[in-house]
Design a protein around this ligand. Structure first.
Ligand SMILES: CC(=O)SCCNC(=O)CCNC(=O)[C@H](O)C(C)(C)COP(=O)(O)OP(=O)(O)OC[C@H]1O[C@@H](n2cnc3c(N)ncnc32)[C@H](O)[C@@H]1OP(=O)(O)O
Ligand SMILES: O=C([O-])CC(=O)C(=O)O
Length: 391
């Protein structure tokens, strides 16, 4: 059989597993310097945005390329507040989901369902009509927090909490999740977490958005696909796994043995490593600072000490490979400190990242081409069909 195996390589320039290092688009939305641990949205350092911006303003920056004027920001904020509610039929549909459903699965399904209620005009598929595109962006950015919070409550038999239009995006999300209006520090921390997760070049979920969008499928399908990709433990799902890992380790004293055991079995440590960063992810540094800020008011807890110890230990075992904490390493520790359930960490990531996904969707609609890469065929050729009785 092996002699019949052939490799058809015609037209294939090169093959890079996981498309590592292969540009999949030209984009002007964000920039990463993976050697120095540097990230910019539209040319602005993420640290400056974390310090001075809000999620609403950052979302506009990503979507429209420049910081909004005061009037633009006020109008955008008003639109977002206005579109937070979701139709009761969507909530009824969610009531039928299993209580054990993972919130990312619920979010993926409900975002796909939104597309049935807000059909994308067929005449505009593949052509950017700025007004329609803007409406899609507002609808998804405004409604995704409501969908996440509604599922989080309904799975416990509680009624969803209606969004409030007197609260900021971050404060309203926290309020719908917990039933409590956040303290100013909590609101700021949620806001910064949303800012720093909003965009990250050609990551797997953004690429998924673009692959689906490139067929001129509707944007809700594209974002639903992106949510599916983000959920995986090698991508956004790692923020949940980090907390499971830290809980499993249980104490600083047990961290060394845990790490060595994992590495001896060649298993990956959640929250460490990145395709692009070969140093500590700047977002991990920012999220760690947020946690420290929180502890000044609320005290620290052992989970953080275990995480810090893992980071220290990994410097000697994995540092030479450039494997360092990524954005998912410290985010869950922050969310847990705010009283948020572990399986909601990745949905929070999605609520933020939808801004980046939509910015890429808009950018590609302008002049994108169908994604249709090649493959290296390694199967059989010229086989003859054998009738079933002769096999
Ligand atoms: C928002 C985000 O998506 S951030 C990433 C979230 N994902 C995680 O935290 C999951 C854990 N990390 C990983 O699985 C990986 O680092 C990924 C998937 C993020 C990146 O993977 P790749 O770019 O394909 O790197 P690759 O797997 O080739 O790793 C290169 C080397 O570093 C090692 N390595 C990478 N990550 C880790 C890790 N988390 N733990 C231990 N070793 C690791 C690999 O074993 C490999 O070693 P080798 O050269 O001796 O074989
Ligand atoms: O860029 C990546 O591959 C993953 C990542 O950090 C992100 O999406 O935020």
């Amino acid at each position: 059989m092996t002699e019949n195996k052939i490799t058809a390589t015609s037209g294939i320039a090169c093959y890079s597993p996981g498309l590592a290092g292969i540009p999949a688009a030209e984009s002007s939305i964000s920039y990463v310097d993976g050697q120095h641990g540097y990230l910019e949205y539209r040319g602005i350092d993420i640290e400056q945005l974390a310090e001075h911006s809000s999620f609403e303003e950052t979302a506009w920056l990503l979507l429209y390329g420049t910081l909004p004027t005061a009037d633009e920001l006020a109008a955008f904020d008003k639109e977002l507040r206005h579109h937070r509610r979701v139709k009761f039929r969507i909530r009824d549909m969610m009531k039928c989901f299993p209580e054990s459903a993972h919130p990312m699965d619920s979010l993926q399904a409900t975002v796909a369902a939104l597309g049935m209620y807000y059909p994308f005009p067929k005449s505009e598929k593949g052509r950017l009509d700025p007004k329609t595109a803007h409406q899609v962006c507002v609808n998804l950015i405004a409604k995704m927090p409501t969908l996440v919070a509604a599922h989080a409550r309904m799975r416990h038999g509680d009624d969803p909490i209606a969004p409030r239009d007197d609260l900021s995006h971050a404060a309203n999300f926290f309020y719908m999740l917990t039933g409590e209006e956040p303290y100013p520090l909590t609101e700021r921390i949620m806001d910064v977490a949303l800012i720093v997760h909003a965009e990250h070049t050609m990551n797997a979920s953004t690429f998924s958005t673009l692959v689906v969008a490139s067929t001129h499928a509707d944007p809700y399908s594209s974002i639903s696909a992106a949510i599916g990709a983000l959920a995986g433990p090698l991508h956004g799902g790692a923020n949940e796994d980090v907390l499971h890992m830290l809980d499993e380790i249980g104490s600083v004293e047990a961290a060394d043995a845990y790490l060595n055991n994992k590495l001896s079995k060649k298993e990956k440590i959640s929250g460490l490593g990145h395709r692009v960063y070969k140093t500590k992810d700047p977002r991990a540094t920012l999220l760690q600072k947020l946690y420290v800020e929180l502890t000044e008011k609320m005290g620290s807890d052992p989970t953080y000490e275990i995480a810090r110890h893992i980071e220290e230990l990994s410097k000697s075992t994995l540092g030479s490979k450039g494997v360092c904490p990524n954005v998912d390493f410290y985010s869950g520790i922050v969310y847990r400190k705010l009283g948020i359930a572990t399986d909601l960490f990745t949905p929070i990531f999605a609520v933020s990242r939808v801004a980046g996904w939509l910015a890429h969707w808009k950018e590609q609609l302008g002049d994108g081409r169908l994604y249709r890469p090649n493959q290296i065929y390694r199967g059989l050729r010229d086989q003859t069909y054998v009738p079933i009785e002769k096999r």
